[in-house]
Design a protein around this ligand. Structure first.
Ligand code: PGA
Length: 240
């Protein structure tokens, strides 16, 4: 299966000119560009191979000031939404129940979702797997296997590795990703799930993750808006 490269610009880009330059470099097959909402319409006509993703989605289709719904995203030509990113779990206190509603909203509208799970720093080594299993069980509650297996991508993102310059060792990531796949299979009957890794990916370490067949791609934050790094990452990906 082709590896997915999710580029999460967070709130770091707002100028159209910069956005278009980044989008041009990021426009390759299997990349998902996740800009701030207000840049969707500018970027959409500028990309040919990559898809658009949203950094967030509202929990239903009801009216709510300042939010964006799954149906609106689909109408804008956005194919993916990131759900449960740890920055939102932390700063906005998004809890598992809320995230579950967002997951259900995506599934209802047919929007692909990139569900972020991962343990905070204080988690004891022997509780990491349990922590992740509980997140998956509560975040995916009420989801049937048929649709979700086509729509779901899980991103394993240990909280302590995000924006830290300190990535999780690929061998450890491999074990956790295998565990996530087993859990998706045993608890949700999802076969062939896609699970990617995120947390301080850069041009120097990306290949160490992509070389494992079980790691289905990466989610890149900081390096995705750094022109030099991004260029090198694309080169590494294309030579892979
Ligand atoms: P990072 O961000 O690559 O800067 O660590 C990852 C993310 O957005 O989750």
């Amino acid at each position: 299966m082709a590896k997915l490269i999710v580029l999460n610009w967070k709130n770091k880009v707002y100028k159209t000119e910069e956005a278009l330059k980044l989008a041009k470099i990021s426009d390759f097959k299997n990349s998902v560009i996740c800009p701030p909402f207000f840049l969707f319409n500018q970027i959409k006509p500028a990309i040919k191979k990559s898809e658009l993703g949203s950094q967030n989605v509202f929990l239903s289709e009801q009216i709510c000031t300042g939010e964006i719904t799954a149906d609106t995203l689909r109408n804008l030509g956005v194919k993916y939404a990131i759900v449960g990113h740890s920055e939102r779990r932390c700063f906005l206190k998004e809890n598992d129940r809320l995230i579950n509603k967002k997951v259900l909203a995506c599934v209802k509208s047919g929007l692909k979702l990139i569900l972020c799970v991962g343990e905070p720093k204080k988690t004891k080594q022997n509780s990491v797997l349990n922590f992740i299993k509980n997140q998956l069980i509560s975040n995916l509650k009420g989801i049937g296997p048929g649709l979700i297996s086509k729509l779901l991508i899980v991103a394993y993102e240990p909280v302590w590795a995000i924006g830290a310059g300190n990535y999780c060792q690929p061998k450890n990531v491999l074990e956790i990703i295998k565990f996530i796949k087993q859990t998706l299979n045993s608890k949700f009957h999802i076969l062939n799930s896609r699970v990617i890794y995120g947390g301080s990916i850069d041009s120097k370490n990306i290949a160490d993750f992509l070389r494992y067949k079980e790691i289905d791609g990466v989610l890149i934050g900081g390096a995705s808006v750094d022109f030099k790094e991004l260029g090198k990452i694309v080169q590494k990906y294309e030579n892979f």
